[in-house]
Write a protein that binds this ligand. Structure first.
Ligand code: ADP
Ligand code: MG
Length: 478
């Protein structure tokens, strides 16, 4: 098996190359005892005039090129293509950058291509936004128990993908956290932490087992159940926008919607797109901390840096850990590369809940790679899947490490599942939280809602899980 750490070192090769070039120049300039160095200096003097003239010509050419770039249209590349970009304002709560590559003679088609991409995005917003009162999703969320709500094939596709992701991510991606999202948004507005009872009530009022998806609609078994597709619909919209561009005959481009993007075709003069990853610790200044090479595919980064609630000076993420009902805090930023933006979007949200532990859950052979940042600015580490370092154009300036799980895949969230079975979703704690030395009752919103005997059983279960986890740790270290 190739060592992922070697991959991480490989990706720094360009920097080593740069320093090698620098030292070669230094060697040349040094005179040597054989006098060859002196001869080289003499030759340099006779060439100075020619050299300066060449420099002047090159500088003029560069200046002319810069002027052309500023004043003229995007210059045709060597392949005779032009890149045209447009910003679509306020799509699903953010701006969308669309960049397309066209042959020079196709340029008049740019407008209709942008319009098609925008239509696709706005259609998804109209169907799936929880902020639009008449959207299909709002109708589902507002419907009484037992009433069938007809849904379009698109909304159903996203709901079904969400349900699949819920299973694959061991419950970390859960669109039914809708009431919790509203609870925490409200808490942020009045600057007051919700009570344990409020969190428990919100969690209990909406779960996947209260929503049944049908061929052409959905039925809820409780009126309170509902979904929030904010963690996946943007990615789906990007996929549809790319499809729309392809239908318009566009052979390459990027659709970038607030942290999630998809590239297709080739950029002018190259075969991979350069994609920047925002620095989670300096995202407000829009600083990037890594750059990736991406061919056909999607990249999504989720984190707690753009949208959060500030309560008593503490920043609470807009992503909810469904197992506790509290905002996720496992990772400030997770980046996922996948064939579609919908899958990348869903997994990026899930990894913010799971932390690097979740890397082990990513589907194998599905063309997916991921990077999860943990820690604080001074001590941050980027944990990556095995193939991720190969994507780096510029790796982050923090240590990049392959993730070796201390918890076997089968055990990730097993504590939660077992507890959920036992306590009917009222109590949850990760086995790996215990492993990491966090107190089991720390910030435990459901603690007070359980009887003593049940608590004792749960504590016993944690001890068993801890022993199994520790055995795994020992095996790993060996
Ligand atoms: P952003 O919308 O900032 O790009 P995400 O894609 O990570 O970030 O989506 C976050 C949104 O997903 C939240 O604002 C909320 O609407 C919804 N959400 C919150 N927690 C979860 C969760 N555990 N699973 C699925 N969706 C969630
Ligand atoms: Mg997401």
């Amino acid at each position: 098996m190739p060592c992922p750490l070697l991959g991480a070192l490989d990706c720094r090769a360009p920097r080593r190359g740069l320093s090698r070039r620098a030292s070669a120049l230094g060697d040349n300039a040094r005179p040597d005892k054989t006098g060859r160095g002196t001869r080289r200096s003499a030759a340099t003097k006779t060439d100075t005039g020619t050299f300066l003239r060449s420099l002047l010509i090159v500088a003029s050419l560069l200046a002319a090129a810069a002027l052309w770039r500023i004043l003229g249209p995007a210059p045709p590349t060597s392949e005779g293509t032009v890149t045209v970009a447009r910003t679509l304002k306020a799509v699903m709560g953010t701006d969308c950058e669309v960049k397309i590559v066209l042959r020079a003679d196709q340029e008049p088609r740019a407008d209709s291509a942008f319009a098609a991409a925008e239509r696709a995005l706005r259609d998804v917003e109209a169907l799936m936004s929880r902020h639009i009162e008449r959207s299909e999703l709002s109708r589902l969320n507002g419907a009484p128990a037992g009433e069938k709500v007809p849904l379009s094939a698109r909304t159903l596709e996203v709901l079904k993908a969400s349900r699949d992701l819920h299973r694959e991510t061991r419950g970390a991606f859960d669109v039914t956290v809708w009431p919790l999202v509203r609870l925490w948004e409200g808490a942020g507005k009045v600057c007051r932490l919700p009570s344990a009872a409020e969190v428990a009530a919100a969690r209990g009022s909406s779960q996947w087992d209260q929503i049944r998806l049908l061929q052409d609609g959905a039925v809820k078994t409780t009126t309170t159940a509902g979904a929030d597709l904010g963690g996946i619909a943007k990615g789906f919209g990007v996929d549809l926008a790319v499809e729309a561009l392809k239908k318009e005959g566009i052979s390459g481009g990027i659709v970038n919607l607030g942290g999630g993007l998809r590239c297709f075709g080739r950029p002018p003069g190259g075969d991979k797109w350069e994609v920047d990853v925002l620095d989670p610790f300096r995202a407000d200044k829009k600083e990037t901390f890594a750059a990736l090479w991406i061919g056909e595919g999607a990249v999504c980064t989720s984190g707690n840096y753009h949208r959060y609630s500030l309560i008593n000076g503490v920043r609470y993420s807009h992503i909810i850990d469904p197992s506790t009902g509290w905002p996720a805090k496992a990772s400030p930023s997770a980046t996922v590369v996948a064939p579609t933006c919908m899958i990348a979007d869903g997994w990026a949200t899930a990894l913010c809940v799971l932390g690097p532990e979740g890397l082990a859950l990513l589907p194998k052979d599905a063309g997916m790679e991921a990077m999860v940042v943990v820690g604080d600015p001074g001590s941050a580490v980027a944990y990556v899947t095995e193939g991720f370092p190969r994507l780096f154009k510029d790796p982050p300036g923090i240590p990049v490490k392959p993730w070796r799980s201390a918890v076997p895949v089968g055990l990730i969230h097993r504590g939660v599942e077992r507890v959920a079975d036992d306590a009917g979703h009222l109590f949850a704690r990760h086995s790996h939280d215990v492993l990491r030395g966090r107190s089991a009752d720390e910030e435990d919103p459901f603690h007070g809602t359980l009887g003593d005997s049940r608590l004792k059983r749960l504590h016993a279960l944690r001890v068993v899980l801890l022993v199994i986890d520790l055995r795994e740790v020992v095996q790993h270290r060996e």
